[in-house]
Ligand binder design. Structure first.
Ligand code: ATP
Length: 361
């Protein structure tokens, strides 16, 4: 059975290398420009051995360009990129893609339609007496054992995705780079394939960087997430750190549902349209207080803050929207069966946890 972990270990031992660096990626102050226009403005992040990092951001923010720069498909104009502790890109230094020990899975999988599954997977492998065994083993690994003779067009979307994965894994890379790997799959299959790929990568202990514009995908798969915007990394950290302590109002909104209540802060307290809220920091100015829907409570109250404008029952919980008398709208995510209905006057509160706030924009 192909064992990428043990292959990695033996490679490390044979080079006298350090296991601590194997699968490590360091991206330092990386800038990339197209036709003289900067699209990456000094990117910093790192991938620890065995870690899965998501590059998350809206369309056009530079995620694919960053991934392609790590792969060696784009040249950087400033900064450095290191893989396994070796610098592979610098201002005047560019190691060719095939020498970087990275595997790349493209968004459209880029399978050769006229080649069988086995031929697709063996493409790029050195021809030696072990090649057929290597291909069979990696197909087994991704759950496609016995399908090597089939043509890509005869496979389901999920299977084709796994062929692309097998082809990237076959040369035993230290780092796997995946560009929107699930975007070609319909939503049901997407969740299933995502879970399979997640356990495969975790089982192999291989480092991976993947691109997505889907916050849920980034949070479910990523040990850490780099939130990108306009060619910069706005925040880099664990999904929980990003969700609970977003560095800006923009990040807070991008990674989940967010209510912002305008208030006047004096110290660690702000007066808002739903009353006094405790803040996690001190201010002395107008602020926008972040209140996630799961921290909002809604209570039937004739003299409350507003009117329920919508109730959406989801099953495990329900969403309630309240139009406040002050003119803004607040969403609450509440577990169980709805206890309020549209048109009802209610009071709105927080669960008492300290709220993040940002100086009013
Ligand atoms: P998406 O989610 O839509 O794929 P992205 O975040 O991956 O977007 P990139 O594809 O990296 O974004 O593109 C970043 C910027 O660089 C965009 O403005 C894009 O038009 C530009 N760009 C990308 N590739 C090239 C190229 N080869 N030549 C010129 N401009 C490019």
């Amino acid at each position: 059975m192909l064992n990428i972990k043990s292959a990695q270990r033996s490679r490390s031992a044979s080079t006298g290398g350090d296991d601590l660096l194997l699968g490590r990626v360091d991206v330092c102050d990386v800038q990339v420009a197209f036709d003289g226009v900067d699209v990456l403005h000094g990117i910093n992040f790192d991938v620890a051995p065995g870690e899965i990092v998501a590059l998350l951001g809206p369309s056009g923010c530079g995620k694919t360009t960053l991934l392609r720069s790590i792969a060696g498909l784009e040249r950087i104009v400033a900064g450095t990129i290191s893989v396994n502790g070796n610098e592979v890109a610098g201002r005047r230094h560019h190691v060719r893609p095939e020498a970087r020990k990275v595997g790349l899975v493209f968004q459209d999988w880029a399978l050769f339609p006229h080649m069988s599954v086995a031929e697709n997977v063996s493409y790029g492998l050195e021809s030696n007496s072990n090649r057929d065994d290597q291909v069979s083993e990696v197909l087994e690994l991704v759950g496609l054992g016995g399908l090597g003779h089939r043509m890509p067009a005869t496979l389901s979307g999920g299977q084709q995705q796994r062929v692309a994965l097998a082809r990237a894994l076959a040369p035993q890379p230290s780092v796997l780079l995946l560009d929107e790997p699930f975007s070609n799959l319909d939503s049901g299959l997407r969740v299933q394939v995502r879970a399979e790929v997640h356990s495969l990568l975790a089982g192999l202990g291989i480092s991976a960087v993947f691109v997505t514009h889907d916050q849920e995908e980034a949070f479910v798969l990523g040990d850490r997430v780099a939130v990108m915007r306009d060619g910069n990394v706005e925040q880099f950290g664990s999904p929980a750190a990003i969700y609970e302590h977003p560095s800006s109002a923009w990040v807070a909104e991008f990674v989940g549902d967010a209510n912002f209540l305008r208030g006047v802060a004096r110290g660690a307290s702000a007066l808002t349209p739903i009353g006094q809220l405790t803040l996690s920091d001190s201010f002395d100015c107008e602020v926008d207080v972040l209140l996630r829907p799961e921290h909002v409570s809604v209570t039937d109250d004739e003299s409350g803050h507003g009117i329920v404008s919508n109730v959406e029952y989801i099953g495990h919980d329900h969403m309630v929207q309240v139009d406040l008398d002050s003119g803004c709208r607040v969403a609450a995510r509440i577990s169980g069966t709805p206890r309020v209905q549209r048109g009802q006057r209610v009071s709105v509160g927080s669960d008492g946890s300290a709220c993040l706030a940002f100086p009013a924009s």
